[in-house]
Ligand binder design. Structure first.
Ligand code: LLP
Length: 428
């Protein structure tokens, strides 16, 4: 390893790019495993029966194996994510399946794979899952996803518990009660409990506490009116991470303790037995464990009003490998990774190579003024929702993902090639 360059998992970032190309996603395997253990322990301590890793954040067979070796189940939201989890050898009963519009084929594969929980998101789906389970000759455990009417303090597009949106069945209007009434009548379904996910990138327990209290209210009503016990309460994912120094998420042990205490208190007050808890963190497990390495291609000073100069630093990726800045106004931390510079910091904007002015990776950054083409930049905390939301805009092949551990690299997903893309086009 040479002096002066960023290293991750004992690997010099210049060596990683020399071998695997740029842009490059790098995952620190030890960090992913450590986070998975920490979340499992904290939530089990707080009364969880199961902690599922939310595959939508990023999934591959390697990642599925790491997290399941560390004792997590896997939450999948499509047949594709399910296929990866099954291919990784994750036992069906440790998989939970989401989706507001699962296809019949997806439901059938889930049931055939012995998926431990299917989360019901509509009345239509109750009938579909019941039919598929009955045809397969099994009794399928299901959760009912509810909306609790909490406004999570996060970006509108990633808040999911308010009522006027596509997910879940409303508690306040009685629709959730009706779903349970229908489910318990169907012999091929087992009502396993309630699911609530209030949103993503949440920094404290307040929203979860309100959600838990409302779901416990529903549980009390179900017991009183239908004699149905809620034995499991899945409070979803959404635990936030720090992208920049100004982000300050609550430590997981404290978050888990606070949520667990509220559930216990509310259940005692409602006079019902306390359900087992379940959680589905995605971002918090994989996000901080990943970085993106980019190579700088051009540096362009642009004079702003008042004579201030902003340096537009163009990298070899952009909104096709990180759409979060454009989509959610997300902020990231970026550093010069391939060498040490003692140059003055310069107001900079890290931009991609796509044909849009909104193709911004990091809106405002202070990078050394001597950045030149060929330098490598590292953007932190890109392990979640970057490669998994990547596109081929402008026919850019999607970057590779590698893992690093104890000074060694291995391929998690190989880089897409232009041939991969051209193969989709049958040609003339
Ligand atoms: N469970 C359910 C039902 C979910 O819908 C989600 C995320 C999770 C768990 C995991 O949430 P996490 O712990 O990762 O926050 N693309 C957005 C995030 C969308 C999240 C969608 N659902 C972003 O890049 O911020």
């Amino acid at each position: 390893m040479g002096y002066g360059a960023l290293a991750i998992g004992g690997v010099d970032c210049r060596d990683a790019v020399a071998e695997f190309g740029s842009p490059l996603f790098v995952l620190d395997e030890a960090d992913v495993r450590e986070r998975a253990r920490r979340y499992r322990d904290a939530y089990h301590e707080a009364g969880a029966r199961m902690v599922y890793y939310a595959a939508k954040a990023f999934i591959s067979t390697a990642v599925a194996r790491w997290v399941s070796e560390e004792g997590l189940g896997i939450d999948v939201a499509s047949g594709g994510e399910l296929a990866v989890a099954l291919r990784a050898g994750v036992p069906g009963e440790l998989i939970l399946m989401h989706g507001n519009n699962k296809s019949m084929a997806e439901i059938e594969v889930a049931i055939a794979g012995g998926v431990g929980r299917i989360v019901i998101d509509s009345f239509d789906e109750i009938v579909r899952v019941a039919d598929a389970a009955s045809r397969a000759g099994v009794v399928q455990p299901v959760l009912v996803r509810v909306t609790v009417g909490v406004e999570a303090h996060t970006h509108e597009f990633i808040a999911t518990a308010h009522e006027d949106q596509k997910f879940g069945l409303s508690i306040s209007s009685g629709v959730a009660d009706e779903a349970v009434r229908r489910i318990v009548k169907l012999p091929s379904l087992e009502f396993a409990g309630i699911h609530s996910h209030i949103g993503s990138q949440i920094f404290d327990a307040a929203g979860f506490e309100v959600a838990a209290a409302r779901v416990v209210g529903l549980a009390r009503r179900l017991m009183a009116e239908q004699g149905v016990e809620v034995s499991e309460l899945n409070l979803g994912g959404g635990m936030g991470i720090a992208y920049t120094e100004s982000d300050d998420p609550l430590d997981v042990a404290e978050m888990a303790r606070q949520i667990g205490a509220v559930v216990t208190r509310e259940c005692t007050a409602a006079g019902i037995s306390r359900p087992a808890l379940a959680f589905e963190p995605g971002r918090a497990i994989i996000g901080p464990a990943g970085i993106t390495l980019y190579e700088v291609g051009t540096v362009k000073p642009v004079e702003l009003d008042g004579g201030v100069v902003r340096s537009y630093v163009s990298v070899d990726g952009g909104m096709s490998d990180n759409i979060r800045t454009a989509l959610y106004d997300a902020d990231y931390t970026v550093v010069l990774a391939s060498r040490i510079s003692t140059a003055e910091p310069m107001l900079s904007r890290v931009v991609g190579k796509h044909c849009e002015s909104g193709d911004i990776v990091v809106r405002d950054a202070w990078l050394p003024a001597d950045i030149v083409p060929g330098d490598l930049l590292a953007v932190a905390a890109t392990g979640a929702y970057c490669r998994s939301m990547a596109s081929n805009y402008n026919y850019l092949p999607r970057p590779a993902v590698i893992s690093v551990r104890d000074g060694a690299c291995s391929t998690v997903l190989r880089r897409e090639t232009l041939d991969d893309l051209l193969a989709l086009d049958p040609g003339a």
